[in-house]
Ligand binder design. Structure first.
Ligand SMILES: Cc1cc2nc3c(=O)[nH]c(=O)nc-3n(C[C@H](O)[C@H](O)[C@H](O)COP(=O)(O)OP(=O)(O)OC[C@H]3O[C@@H](n4cnc5c(N)ncnc54)[C@H](O)[C@@H]3O)c2cc1C
Length: 435
């Protein structure tokens, strides 16, 4: 690994030594950077916010950060779309939209990713009638391996657009993204403690009765926290800044971080600590702007794996994870997060073609995760699971191809746009095969 530049991801699960780091300020500078890589026979990788847990953003070639490409290009009010440069963070995008009384229809848990990085891995939130972020994309501009600037949408190069919405960074450097947006809206947020079996036994009612439903089950306990977010015309109830910090930053981060630290030092205490955390889940109600409700602050670092499974297998999956933990005698401090999305038609989207349930497992930073994650992955293999491209997993092209009906369609586009594998890296060689 080169000593000059050492790059690490957010979760500290990956590090790499790129041969060069560049931060282009314009499309032309992206084209020039790719030209330099071609001349030096180097591979190129764009890094977004570094929030993937896999080595999807790692390279020993040229690493490009688009942090300086973060402007709003334009808003089309008639079409209800916004076009932004690809390095913009979701956080900035939310602020820019709110200033124009607009919002994205749905969001994931955090907003620290770049917009291009988030869509590249099929990042999603929860809501059985909402697709992931890539389903909001209406057009993309990308610089291809031969330096061409290509614009694609449903009407311009539609075959490329079809694949490039979830491109894993394998098709080119995305420089601009056009996204569908909606008028700004408030959400009514209700968080409650429930018995896990009560939720699992009546899961469809919970999921279908709410626009955005998810739950967190605390291992070693019979309890989960359910979160239901629904649109409301009521105006925001602002808590005091202190109360808000206590509820949204202190408890889920500093308090939870201390509990996780204790569990790491004394694993035998984890079941009792989890019971303490579960006991502390009360009922919380709040109304606020959609992005403020949907997005959380995450200060405690962890490792994560997440699988997309057909929605009807959700119960088997959660009960199966409980069996994996019990059978191996594992001690797991972090909750299991369960979310739901609508099907989509994007070849490499984890929600392709089916109503989807996402089950995510986490381990505290510094705690061995492999036995747990491999056990959960073996279970997910039996449930037709597809791993999140940005979260840890042990699959490869041979095991993944049969899970994606339009796998070959994606590979044809990849072969056309990047025949020499300029945008590949060790991760893409593993999960997609060599270009
Ligand atoms: C705390 C935390 C919470 C998370 N919450 C969620 C969640 O709620 N839902 C969910 O689905 N995921 C979630 N994730 C995963 C995360 O959304 C994805 O891993 C996402 O891809 C990270 O975006 P990034 O900008 O950090 O991209 P990176 O990790 O930096 O890169 C990801 C991929 O995108 C490519 N890429 C980035 N920019 C470009 C570009 N301009 N052109 C072409 N390719 C590009 C990279 O080359 C790489 O292949 C979470 C991760 C963390 C750490």
């Amino acid at each position: 690994m080169g000593d000059e530049h050492v790059w690490r991801n957010w979760g500290r699960t990956q590090r790499c030594g790129p041969a060069a780091l560049e931060s282009p300020r314009s499309d032309l500078e992206v084209v020039e950077a790719i030209g330099r890589a071609r001349a030096a026979r180097q591979r190129v990788k764009v890094v977004g916010g570094g929030h993937s847990f896999t080595d999807i953003a790692c390279t020993d070639g040229r690493m490009l950060s688009l942090d300086l490409l973060d402007r709003v290009v334009g808003v089309d009010e008639a079409a209800a779309t916004v076009t932004v440069e690809a390095g913009m963070t979701i956080h900035r995008l939310d602020q820019e939209l709110a200033a124009r009384d607009l919002a994205l229809p749905n969001l994931g848990d955090i907003d620290r990713q770049s917009i291009a990085g988030a869509i590249a891995t099929a990042t999603h939130g929860t809501g059985a009638t909402f697709g992931g972020l890539a389903t909001f994309v209406r057009a993309l501009e990308l610089v291809t391996a031969d330096g061409e600037v290509l614009r694609c949408s449903a009407t311009e190069d539609p075959e490329i657009f079809h694949a490039a919405r979830v491109g894993l960074g394998a098709l080119g450097v995305v420089t601009k993204v056009t996204l569908a947006c909606v008028p700004a809206f408030n959400l009514h947020h209700v968080e409650r403690r429930h018995r896990l079996d009560e939720v699992l036994d009546d899961l469809d009612s919970f999921v279908d009765a709410n626009e955005h439903f998810e739950f967190y089950w605390l291992p070693h306990t019979d309890y989960c926290a359910t979160i239901a977010n629904n649109r409301t015309d009521h105006s925001a109830h602002q808590k005091s800044a202190y109360k808000r910090w206590r509820a949204e930053v202190f408890y889920p981060n500093y308090f939870f971080g201390a509990v996780v630290g204790l569990g790491r030092a004394a694993p035998a205490m984890v079941p009792r600590l989890n019971a303490l955390v579960a006991g502390g889940v009360g009922t919380t109600e709040l109304v606020d702007r959609s992005d403020r409700i949907l997005v959380s602050t995450r200060l405690v670092r962890f490792a994560e794996m997440e699988y997309a499974i057909p929605r009807e297998r959700a119960r088997d999956a959660v009960r199966g994870v409980r069996d994996v933990i019990d059978a191996a005698g594992l001690r797991v401090s972090f909750p299991i997060e369960v979310r739901f999305t609508a099907p989509d038609d994007i070849p490499l989207s984890t929600a392709y073609g089916r109503d989807t349930c996402y089950v995510a497992v986490h381990m505290a930073r510094g705690v061995a995760y492999e036995e747990y994650f491999r056990g959960v992955e073996a279970l997910m293999n039996t449930l037709d699971g597809r791993p999140h491209w940005g979260k840890l997993h042990f699959q490869n092209a041979a095991t993944l191809a049969p899970r994606y009906p339009e796998w070959d369609r994606f590979q044809t586009i990849r072969g056309k746009l990047d025949p020499e594998g300029r945008f590949s890296n060790a991760y893409l060689d593993r999960v997609l095969g060599p270009a």
